[in-house]
Design a protein around this ligand. Structure first.
Ligand code: UDX
Length: 441
């Protein structure tokens, strides 16, 4: 289609790289930009700088089709695009709960300075509510094209490990717009996705911003709710695993995000709930989300409790105890170790004097770089050899499938802590293991 809008994607990290590749796969001409020249050259040569199933293949296809290119020039991006998607990160600010929006501000300022014709700027990054209004004003003053450039907000809900599917077939599309023109443009761009059945929700930009943080806060709350029940279970010898199954059968509650265990980590949930608390305080409604502090607290306590379980199994003292840590990524099918509960636990065990050896199927290099003091091994059996305690920290399918009868032949002592409720206790106990899990008798 000769009239199809030209797309640009600003920021080529997890979200941006996925979005750029998917937009090209949908048939659009796409130009991606990043200030990180190394990232741009890797993407240009067909290399995805992080682990995401299916993305490398789709990137190469898009590059070969000629529809996808990358650059470091904002001038080029401004000249090329009709619709500019802002996908830069908003990490937690050091020493504060607030989100650091400086990358968003810098990207939009840089882009706007070059915008000489009508365009739509679409924010996808997760931001404190009110950011869109501030950026709209900034664009009006900075862009040579002034008021003919509009801003919309289109939050992204993709999960790592399912990034392509979540982008192509999202549960919903949220368009936060200030004009019918902006809505029309977004409906046009996402027509192939809408055609696949994803519902569209049109709202104002601030509500759209809020949908994202409210959704992630709800998910975090659901996880911490069941993990709080695990604490109660531990006090009375009840079984949180069965409790979660029973609760989940109530359709009003539902079983998803009700898996008890070590709790949530990653680049989104922890920092998003903290940024939300901070923003709500600024808006004078801190009390409305004060419960998120408890959600965060419960989540942190699961990590401490996992360390305690390992110590209990080791006989009360971790010094000199050999621990095999299975998993480093914050969840399976990811190499992401940001705020990973697994590495938090592993390094606490190390600090308490244990000799910890870590194995993860894909996150090993990232873990090694971030936690050089820990020891690493090449396989489950490698790290388990001679171990006094095995602790499962990320529920990779290859760990779920471990044969307890085979593993018992290499360990020094048959003790396992299942931090993710990923193993069948009866199966492991039958093979002679002392099995412990959070919230289970
Ligand atoms: C999350 C949101 O799901 C996604 O919509 C948003 O766009 C970004 O943040 P992601 O961080 O990729 O996605 O991971 P997710 O699959 O949501 O898992 C988050 C964490 O919660 C993981 O550490 C996981 O182990 C944990 N979790 C999840 C539980 O502990 N129990 C559960 O029942 C579900």
């Amino acid at each position: 289609a000769a009239t199809a809008p030209k797309i640009t994607v600003i920021g080529t990290g997890y979200l941006g790289a996925t979005h750029a590749v998917c937009m090209a796969a949908l048939g659009y001409q796409v130009l991606g930009v990043d200030v990180d020249a190394d990232k741009i050259s890797r993407l240009t040569s067909g290399e995805v700088p992080f682990f995401e199933p299916g993305l490398p293949e789709l990137l190469i296809k898009a590059l070969d089709s000629g529809r996808l290119r990358f650059t470091t020039s904002f001038q080029e991006v401004a000249d090329f695009g009709d619709i500019h998607f802002v996908c830069v990160g908003t990490p937690q600010r050091a020493g504060s709960f607030a989100a650091d929006v400086s990358y968003v501000d810098a990207a939009v300022t840089e882009l706007a300075g070059h915008l000489r014709r009508r365009a739509l700027v679409v924010g996808k990054s997760t931001v404190p509510v009110g950011t869109a209004a501030r950026l709209a004003e900034l664009i009006r003053t900075v862009a040579p094209a002034g008021g003919s450039v509009e801003l919309a907000w289109n939050p992204e809900f993709l999960r790592e490990g399912f990034a392509i599917d979540d982008t192509m077939r999202p549960d919903r599309l949220v368009f936060g717009v200030s004009s019918p023109w902006a809505e029309q443009r977004l409906r046009e761009v996402f027509a192939p996705v809408i055609g696949q059945g994803s519902p569209v929700m049109v709202t104002d930009p601030q509500t759209a911003e809020l949908v994202k943080v409210a959704a992630n806060s709800f998910l975090a709350t659901k996880i911490s709710y069941i993990n709080a029940m695990a604490e109660v279970c531990e006090a009375i010898g009840a079984d949180v695993h069965d409790l979660a199954l029973a609760l989940g059968l109530d359709e009003r509650i539902g079983s998803r995000f009700l898996r008890p265990g070590l709790g949530f980590g990653g680049g989104c949930l922890p920092k998003d709930i903290r940024a939300f608390m901070h923003r709500a305080e600024e808006l004078g409604v801190g009390q409305a989300v004060a419960f998120l502090r408890e959600v965060d607290g419960i989540n942190q306590r699961r990590r401490a409790r996992t360390v305690d379980l390992v110590r209990e199994l080791a006989g009360g003292d971790l010094r000199g105890v050999r621990v095999a840590a299975l998993g480093a990524a914050f969840k399976p099918d990811s190499d992401d170790i940001r705020d990973a509960p697994a590495l938090d636990v592993a390094s606490s065990l190390h600090q308490l004097g244990a000799r910890v050896r870590v194995f993860d199927p894909v996150a090993l290099d990232n873990a090694r770089r971030a936690y050089p003091a820990l020891e690493y091994g090449q396989s489950t059996f490698d790290v388990a050899t001679g171990a006094d305690v095995v602790v499962l920290l990320t529920e990779w399918s290859q760990f779920r499938e471990i044969d307890p009868a085979a593993l018992r032949t290499v360990v020094a002592r048959r003790r396992i802590v299942d931090g993710r409720h990923a193993l069948d206790p009866a199966h492991w106990r039958a093979a002679g293991w002392e099995y412990r899990a959070l919230g289970r008798p």
